[in-house]
Design a protein around this ligand. Structure first.
Ligand SMILES: Cc1cc2nc3c(=O)[nH]c(=O)nc-3n(C[C@H](O)[C@H](O)[C@H](O)COP(=O)(O)OP(=O)(O)OC[C@H]3O[C@@H](n4cnc5c(N)ncnc54)[C@H](O)[C@@H]3O)c2cc1C
Length: 452
């Protein structure tokens, strides 16, 4: 097998994890990263979000031998804690029992752990090196040193764009003929805020929950940090009655929060300052193909398929990309063209599916979680799962607690949604469920699942 040298663009989350798997297989790997090293220079305000890590991401971290050390920087979240405008709390578990949790992790901490592990295995990471172009014919990469402004050309056998939703490698592919590309922005933006830690580093809200303040067409969420704080995100339309456009002064912000999220206000002492210091982010779904240029270049992670964050799957999906690519390398040795082709064939239907599921879940999070009928459907789902564990697995569980292909989760989820509508029609208690009808529907519409 020819052990080619591989250049990854981007030392975000996918780059270092993929690099680890590649060096383990004997490849020489370097990463070019446009930003400074966050281990030396503090990350900028508003770039400290937490991620929800679940089964797919954990599986990839276990394969890389990193999951045990990650346990120190995660907080399991057992369910959603809903905060009403009247400051009432309602808890809704995520799964069938306490084994089904999602894990809050700081993006920065995860990134640092991955970079440390990659460097310990011999991966070279070059910071403040921005890829400004690549030539797919010759394999050359143009790189600008962000400190001096000097531009140099490097040679690479293989280049993999792990450079996120604004990928420079994808931009080069856009210049090729018959490259398919679509991007769709939400009309919503997001803003990061922080709930401070209490005395002695204690959490001021329930620790093991993802807190949601659902308000119809917008919401605030909070994910716990190990230092006792919560990383919060406000999702709000850019324009309209309740929107970022209407929050232009300190008093606008204060009044908005006092009237919509009253119980959060005392926990956000630097609300006004943070609100204006932190940028308002945009959210986009990007689909494209092909993801590769022969056996020379490939897109992976957000560069190939950026999704909106409402299913908490962006990095779980990206880490699953890494697992699939490395499995294919093991199967086909370094027949790169075949590996890249089969990678895209295996992943594209699934990444398209999670993109659609993520948009769909936004409505559920910001609006439906507060609806009693929705909560009853959730109970019904759990009752059906308990009775038919191989057949009826809730959509959320298929995506989050299993590695069932996303496309299967999307397809079965639609069938199950119709079943739930039919079975819940006219009843308000599980005791009133027509189990004969449930039996008929489940057995006629669903085949047994392989619960990976
Ligand atoms: C608000 C929000 C909440 C989210 N919540 C979750 C969640 O709960 N769970 C989840 O799984 N996912 C979540 N995500 C998604 C997740 O953050 C992304 O899917 C993930 O970061 C993608 O990883 P990546 O390595 O592909 O890209 P990135 O993490 O974006 O990394 C790309 C890297 O490439 C570098 N780079 C870019 N261009 C160049 C260039 N030209 N030259 C050199 N370097 C370059 C960048 O500086 C960056 O370091 C969330 C995203 C957002 C915005």
């Amino acid at each position: 097998m020819s052990r080619k040298s591989i250049t990854l663009i981007g030392a975000g989350l996918n780059g270092p994890l993929l690099a680890l798997g590649l060096v383990k297989r004997g490849f020489k790997v370097q990463i070019l990263e446009k930003r400074p090293d966050m281990r030396r220079i503090p990350i900028s305000a508003g770039r400290s979000i937490n991620l929800a890590l679940s089964t797919r991401g954990i599986h990839a971290l276990k394969q890389a031998g990193l999951w045990t050390t990650m346990q120190n920087i995660i907080i399991p979240m057992k369910g959603r804690m809903m905060h009403s405008v009247a400051s009432e709390l309602t808890f809704q578990p995520y799964g069938k029992d306490e084994s089904e949790v999602i894990n809050s992790i700081s993006r920065a901490e995860l990134n640092i752990s991955l970079m440390n592990a990659a460097e310990e295995r011999g991966v070279k990471i070059f910071f403040q090196r921005r890829c400004t172009g690549t030539n797919f014919k010759t394999g050359s990469i143009e790189v600008r040193d962000e400190r001096s402004g000097e531009v140099r050309t490097l040679e690479a056998d293989i280049v993999i764009g792990c450079d996120g939703s604004a990928s420079a490698i994808r931009n080069e592919m856009l210049k090729l003929s018959r490259f398919n590309y679509s991007q769709e922005y939400l009309d919503y933006g997001y803003k990061e805020l922080t709930i401070r830690a209490g005395p002695g580093g204690k959490h001021l809200l329930e620790t093991n929950a993802l807190h949601i303040w659902p308000r119809g067409n917008y919401m605030l969420i909070g994910l716990p940090n190990v230092d006792g704080s919560f990383a919060c995100i406000l999702f709000l339309p850019f324009e309209g009655t309740d929107s970022f456009a209407r929050l232009s002064t300190h008093s606008d912000v204060e009044q908005f929060f006092q009237s919509r999220f009253p119980d959060a206000v005392p926990l956000l002492p630097n609300l006004r300052e943070n609100f204006f210091a932190n940028p308002t982010g945009a959210m986009v779904t990007i689909k494209c193909s092909p993801w590769h240029v022969r056996g020379r270049a490939l897109l992976l992670g957000d560069a190939a398929h950026a999704i909106v964050p409402f299913f908490g799957q962006g990095i779980n999906c990206g880490f699953e990309d890494c697992s699939v690519l490395l499995d294919l390398l093991d199967r086909w040795d370094a027949d790169w063209e075949r590996v890249f082709r089969e990678f895209e064939q295996a992943r594209k239907p699934n990444t398209d599916a999670i993109a659609d599921l993520a948009v769909e879940n936004f409505v559920e999070m910001r609006d439906r979680v507060a609806d009693p009928r929705f909560l009853f459907r959730k109970k019904l789902e759990l009752a059906l799962q308990a009775k038919y564990p191989q057949l009826f697995v809730p959509k959320y569980a298929m995506v989050t607690f299993h590695r069932i292909p996303y496309a299967t989760a999307l397809k079965r989820g639609k069938v199950q949604d119709e079943m739930l509508s039919e079975l819940s029609d006219g009843i308000e208690r599980i005791e009133d469920l027509d189990w004969n009808k449930a039996d008929r529907l489940v057995h006629s519409a669903l085949t047994p699942l392989e619960l990976v």
